[in-house]
Design a protein around this ligand. Structure first.
Ligand code: HEM
Length: 248
């Protein structure tokens, strides 16, 4: 099963991921695991980020990562067949293929992230945002990653996919009516004055409406799916490379 070069490896792993999504529509949790690997990045200390450290038990046990073992288990057969791909690349590739498969934008992807070799490289608990956070706390966390208000807002649109699970985060339900379709409906839903009782809105989602600038972006993305896709793809590429150490 080995691949001759990086491009071939990427193509073969992409094919396997598409097969996986056809059989098991697990696209949302792949986007979540990739974001949780990346979102620990600290631009000031250059620690955390996309190094595959979320695969280690100690990081899996962080409260924010509850349930991510499901994603690791689903990816294990692909990693077994293609041991040359790093975990860091596998998580990020699984996420961009998931978004594309669900109808979202094509996100430029670069292979070659190196893995953290041992659990001593895992960041301390508490670097990822919490569902109860309001805008000042979310800003602090996203600025620490080296991201800005626009990136915070557009990336929150990742909640167009998937759902919360009572036995993982304690919350329940999807943010949108079609949680396996990547579109701009997350922004449409959070702007509605009368929330749909079947859909979820976390405090951290509604926080985007607290500030005139982030609210304006939410309104623009709700009105213009193409603009959302364009800005999302750019911000996601940046997210997928936070703190990367590249193979030469
Ligand atoms: C802004 C701060 C954020 C907070 C507080 C937050 C919080 C959460 C919570 C509580 C869940 C539910 C987990 C569960 O019970 O299964 C969740 C799921 C999810 N999050 Fe976020 N999130 C944030 C940002 C993001 C970003 C930036 C992305 C992607 C770029 C993202 C992608 C997802 C996805 C796809 C799911 C669904 C997973 C599934 O269906 O299994 N989130 N998030």
């Amino acid at each position: 099963m080995a691949a001759a070069n990086t491009k071939e490896l990427e193509t073969k792993v992409r094919d396997r991921l598409v097969q996986l999504y056809k059989q098991t529509p697990c696209m949302p949790i792949m986007v979540r695991i990739a974001w949780h690997d990346a979102g620990t990045y600290d631009v000031n200390t250059n620690t955390g980020g996309v190094n595959g450290s979320v695969r280690f038990d100690v990081e899996q046990k962080h409260k924010a990562n509850a349930g991510l073992k499901v994603a690791l288990d689903l990816l294990a057969p692909i990693k077994k067949d293609f041991p040359e791909i790093s975990y860091a690349d596998l998580f990020q590739l699984a996420s961009v293929v998931a978004i594309e498969y669900a109808g979202g934008p094509k996100i430029p992807f670069r292979m070659g992230r190196k893995d953290a070799e041992g659990p001593e490289k895992c960041p301390e608990e508490g670097r990822l945002p919490d569902a109860e956070h309001k805008l000042p706390q979310l800003r602090k966390i996203f600025y620490r990653m080296g991201l800005n208000d626009k990136e915070l807002t557009v990336l929150s649109g990742g909640h167009t996919l998937g759902r919360a699970h009572k036995d993982r985060s304690g919350y329940e339900g999807p943010w949108t009516k079609n949680p396996l379709v990547f579109d701009n409906s997350y922004f449409v839903e959070i702007l509605k004055e009368k929330p749909d009782p079947e859909l979820l809105r976390l405090a951290s989602d509604l926080a985007l409406l607290e500030d005139p600038n982030t609210r304006k972006l939410v309104e623009e993305y709700a009105a213009n799916k193409d603009l959302f896709f364009e800005d999302y793809a750019q911000a996601h590429k940046k997210l997928s490379e936070l703190g990367a150490v590249w193979v030469q």
